[in-house]
Design a protein around this ligand. Structure first.
Ligand SMILES: *[C@@H]1O[C@H](CO)[C@@H](O)[C@H](O)[C@H]1NC(C)=O
Ligand SMILES: *[C@@H]1O[C@H](CO)[C@@H](O)[C@H](O)[C@H]1NC(C)=O
Ligand SMILES: *[C@@H]1O[C@H](CO)[C@@H](O)[C@H](O)[C@H]1NC(C)=O
Ligand SMILES: *[C@@H]1O[C@H](CO)[C@@H](O)[C@H](O)[C@H]1NC(C)=O
Ligand SMILES: *[C@@H]1O[C@H](CO)[C@@H](O)[C@H](O)[C@H]1NC(C)=O
Ligand SMILES: *[C@@H]1O[C@H](CO)[C@@H](O)[C@H](O)[C@H]1NC(C)=O
Ligand SMILES: *[C@@H]1O[C@H](CO)[C@@H](O)[C@H](O)[C@H]1NC(C)=O
Ligand SMILES: *[C@@H]1O[C@H](CO)[C@@H](O)[C@H](O)[C@H]1NC(C)=O
Ligand SMILES: *[C@@H]1O[C@H](CO)[C@@H](O)[C@H](O)[C@H]1NC(C)=O
Length: 599
C-alpha cells in the first residue's frame, strides 16, 4: 500500500516536472455543427497558426475558415466565399446536395490556395457543367476582401486538391464516383489561369464506390495518397484509405492495412468517420482531421450533420501512418497550453458561452450569421429607424421550401441563421410582426435544407384555419380564445408549426393568436429547444412572460437528420407566394448552450 502510493507520487512528480511533455486531451468535435470535409494546414510563418477550411454547400457566406494556435481553441476567422461576384453561380444551384463541396486549403508562394467544386446536382451526371471546379487565392485569410474571384478549370470530377512537387510543378488531384469510375485522377495545372494538362488515372481506391477528398503528402521519398471511400457521400461505412508511390503519377500501391481510419462496424457515438486531411505541428507531430456524425450506429438522430473531429497519428519513417481512432476525448501529442488570442469573427468554436444579439444601431450583422445562397442585403436591416435594436426582415415571396423545394430564385429567400452546435440548447427570439395580407408569415426554423425544415411562425390566415385541438399541452382557453384584430376580410393572425422532410413530419399545428397575448404589446417570444438528443420542443408566448410560454410541438429531429449539411437555427419572413410586403422585426436573439453529448 505504502509502496504503491510512493510510486504513484513519484510518477506524478516525474510527469509534472516534464509538464510540457505531457499528452494533450483533444475534445471532439473540434468544430461542432455543420462543418464537414475539413482541410487543414500549419503555418509557422503566420504566427504558428493552424488554419482549416470546411465545405458549406448552399450556405452563404461559404467555405468557413477556422484558426488556432494550440489545436485546442479554434475560432472562425472568416469565409473564403464572401461576395456574390466571386462565384455568381451559387445563386442558381438546385437541390439540397448542391453548392460548395469539399475544399482543400494549402499555402504556397506566400499565398493561401483554396481549390473546390461548385456542384449543381440537378444536372445529369454526363453534363460537364454539373461540376464547376474552381480555385480561390488570397494573402490574408483574416481579410475577406483578400480572397480572389473563382478561377475555373476543366475537370469532370470533384474534390480537387492542389499539390506542388519538389521540382516546382503544380498538380491537381481529384476524384470520380462509380458512374464513371471509381478512380482518382491527376493533371498538371497552372493555378493562376486554371489551364490543365492531360488527366491520368492514378488510383482506383480499395473498392469503395465513391472515393473522395484525395490528398497527396511527400514523405521519406514516397508520395502518399490519402482518400475517403464509401458508397457515395457519407454513410456508416465511410473510411480513410491510403496508397503510395515513388512517382507522383503512380502506380500507387494500396496500404495492406487499409482502412487507416474508420468507425464502421463499431458502436461509437461518432460514426461516418472519413474525409481526412493530415498536417504536422511545430514539434513535427502528425495530426488528422476528419468528418464525423454524432449518431451512434442507429444513425437516425444527427441534426448537427457532419462535424469536424481531430485525432493524433504516428507516422514512422518509410511506413504508412497509424491513426488513433476517433472518440469524444483523445490523448494527443503534447501541445502548448497557453491560449493565444486569435482575431476571430465569433466566439471560440467549441465555446459553451451563450450568444445574445441585440442588433444595436450602426453595427453590422455578425459575420457568423448564415444565409441559404445569396441574400438580398436590403432585406436585412439591423436597427431600422422605426424600431431601433431590432433586425428588420423584408419578406421574400419564396418561403423556406421555395417553389420545388430546391431553388432560391432571383428574389432570394429571407432567412438568416446560426449553426446548431450543441446537443442540447435553447434558441429564442422576440418577434414584433403585424401581418396585413393573407399568408404573410415570419418565425423561427430549424433548417437543414429547403426540403428539410421545422418552422414555427405567425401567419395571417382566414378565421377557422385552426387545428388547435392537435396541439399537445395547449390549454383549451388558448385554443378557442377569441382574437382581436380580425380584419374586414376575416383574416386572423395565427401561430403555425409546420415541417417539411423526406420522412414523415407532424401535421401542421395552427391556432389563432390569443387576444390576451396581443394586448401585451403584441410581441411574442418564439423558442426552439433540444430537450434531448432526439427531440426539439417549439414554444411560443408573450414576450417577457416565460410563465405563459406554451409548447406548440414536440418533434423528432429525424426530419433534419439527412444528407450533407447540418441544422441552422434562424429566422425567416415570407409572403408565401403572395403580394405581402409587411416587414417583421426580430430582437433579443439568444442561443444558450445546455449540454454537449460526446459518448
Ligand atoms: C433550377 O431550377 C429552376 C426551377 O426549377 C430552373 O428555372 C433553373 O433553370 C434551374 N437552374 C439550373 C442552374 O439548372
Ligand atoms: C476548358 O475546355 C474547353 C473546351 O474543351 C476550352 O475551350 C477551354 O479553354 C478550357 N478551359 C481552360 C481553363 O483550360
Ligand atoms: C482503374 O479504373 C480504370 C477505369 O475504370 C480502369 O481502366 C483500370 O484498369 C483500373 N485500374 C486498376 C489497376 O484496376
Ligand atoms: C463493416 O462490416 C461489413 C460486414 O462485415 C463489411 O462488409 C464492411 O467492409 C466493414 N466496413 C469497414 C469500413 O470495415
Ligand atoms: C500520447 O499520444 C499519442 C498520440 O495519440 C499516443 O500514441 C500515446 O499512446 C499517448 N500516450 C499516452 C501515455 O496516453
Ligand atoms: C373550448 O373548446 C373546448 C373543446 O375544444 C370546450 O370543451 C370548451 O368548452 C371551450 N371553451 C370555451 C370557453 O368555449
Ligand atoms: C426525448 O423527448 C421526447 C419528447 O419529450 C420523448 O418523447 C422521448 O421519449 C425522449 N427521449 C429520450 C431518450 O428521453
Ligand atoms: C410556400 O410558397 C409556395 C408559393 O411559393 C406556396 O405554394 C406554398 O403553399 C407555401 N407553403 C406554405 C406551407 O405556406
Ligand atoms: C398580387 O398582385 C397581382 C397584381 O396586382 C394580382 O393579380 C394578384 O392576384 C395578387 N395576388 C394575390 C395572392 O393577392
Amino acid at each position: 500500500m505504502f509502496l504503491t502510493t510512493l510510486l504513484l507520487c513519484l510518477s506524478e512528480w516525474v510527469s509534472a516536472s516534464r509538464g510540457h511533455d505531457r499528452n494533450s486531451t483533444i475534445v471532439n468535435p473540434i468544430f461542432p455543427g455543420f462543418y464537414p470535409d475539413p482541410s487543414c494546414i500549419y503555418l509557422p510563418e503566420r504566427e504558428h497558426t493552424f488554419f482549416c477550411a470546411s465545405s458549406s454547400f448552399n450556405a452563404f457566406p461559404g467555405i468557413p475558415i477556422h484558426a488556432s494556435k494550440d489545436l485546442q481553441n479554434w475560432k472562425l476567422i472568416g469565409h473564403v466565399l464572401n461576395r456574390r461576384e466571386q462565384l455568381p453561380r451559387l445563386a442558381e444551384t438546385n437541390r439540397s446536395t448542391s453548392g460548395i463541396w469539399a475544399p482543400t486549403l494549402r499555402f504556397h508562394d506566400e499565398t493561401f490556395w483554396l481549390v473546390t467544386t461548385l456542384v449543381d446536382d440537378d444536372r445529369p451526371q454526363k453534363d460537364s457543367s454539373r461540376l464547376d471546379n474552381i480555385i480561390f487565392k488570397g494573402k490574408d485569410p483574416y481579410n475577406p476582401k483578400s480572397w480572389s474571384n473563382a478561377v475555373h478549370f476543366n475537370f469532370t470530377g470533384y474534390d480537387p486538391e492542389p499539390f506542388w512537387d519538389e521540382d516546382g510543378k503544380a498538380y491537381i488531384t481529384g476524384a470520380h464516383a462509380w458512374q464513371v469510375g471509381p478512380y482518382i485522377e491527376q493533371a498538371e495545372v497552372d493555378l493562376d489561369t486554371g489551364k490543365v494538362g492531360d488527366w491520368q488515372i492514378i488510383w482506383n481506391g480499395t473498392g469503395g464506390l465513391a472515393p473522395e477528398g484525395p490528398h497527396i503528402y511527400r514523405k521519406d521519398g514516397w508520395y502518399y495518397l490519402l482518400a475517403a471511400e464509401d458508397s457515395g457521400g457519407t454513410g456508416l461505412n465511410h473510411m480513410v484509405t491510403m496508397a503510395r508511390s515513388k512517382k507522383i503519377s503512380g502506380p500507387y500501391e494500396a496500404n495492406p492495412r487499409n482502412p487507416v481510419l474508420t468507425n464502421a462496424n463499431t458502436t461509437s457515438y461518432f460514426q461516418t468517420v472519413g474525409h481526412s486531411d493530415l498536417f504536422q505541428d511545430g514539434n513535427g507531430n502528425w495530426w488528422a482531421v476528419a468528418l464525423s456524425t454524432r449518431s451512434g450506429p442507429e444513425y437516425l438522430h444527427y441534426p448537427m450533420g457532419r462535424e469536424t473531429v481531430m485525432t493524433a497519428m504516428s507516422w514512422p519513417k518509410g511506413e504508412f501512418p497509424i491513426f488513433t481512432p476517433i472518440s469524444g476525448e483523445i490523448s494527443g501529442w503534447p501541445i502548448r497550453h497557453e491560449q493565444e488570442d486569435i482575431r476571430g469573427v465569433g466566439p471560440y468554436a467549441n465555446s459553451d458561452d451563450p450568444e445574445h444579439l441585440t442588433f444595436p444601431p450602426s453595427t453590422p450583422l455578425p459575420a457568423h450569421l448564415t444565409h441559404w445562397r445569396y441574400p438580398i442585403p436590403s432585406s436585412y436591416t439591423p436597427s431600422p429607424p422605426e424600431k431601433p435594436n431590432t433586425l428588420r426582415l423584408t419578406p421574400s415571396r419564396i418561403n423556406l421550401t421555395a417553389l420545388n423545394g430546391n431553388y432560391a430564385g432571383a428574389e432570394g429567400q429571407t432567412f438568416i441563421s446560426r449553426r446548431q452546435q450543441h446537443t442540447l440548447f435553447a434558441y429564442s427570439v422576440t418577434l414584433d410582426f403585424s401581418p396585413t395580407q393573407r399568408d404573410e408569415e415570419a418565425g423561427v426554423t430549424a433548417f437543414l435544407t429547403q426540403n428539410h425544415h421545422l418552422d414555427m411562425g405567425v401567419i395571417l390566415l382566414p378565421r377557422g384555419s385552426a387545428t388547435a385541438s392537435s396541439i399537445p399541452g395547449l390549454p383549451a382557453d388558448l385554443s378557442n380564445s377569441t382574437t382581436g384584430g380580425i380584419s374586414d376580410d376575416g383574416m386572423v393572425p395565427h401561430v403555425r408549426f409546420r415541417g417539411e422532410s423526406y420522412v414523415p413530419v407532424p401535421k401542421p399545428a395552427i391556432f389563432p393568436l390569443p387576444e390576451s397575448w396581443r394586448r401585451k404589446g403584441g410581441k411574442l417570444a418564439l423558442e426552439i429547444r433540444a430537450c434531448n438528443a432526439s427531440h426539439y420542443v417549439f414554444s411560443v408566448g408573450p414576450a417577457g412572460k416565460r410563465s405563459e410560454m406554451r409548447v406548440v410541438m414536440e418533434v423528432s429531429n429525424e426530419p433534419v437528420s439527412w444528407g450533407f449539411t447540418g441544422t441552422l437555427l434562424g429566422i425567416y419572413a415570407t409572403s408565401n407566394g403572395g403580394n405581402g410586403t409587411t416587414p417583421a422585426y426580430f430582437s433579443d436573439w439568444r442561443y444558450t448552450p445546455v449540454e454537449q453529448f460526446r459518448d
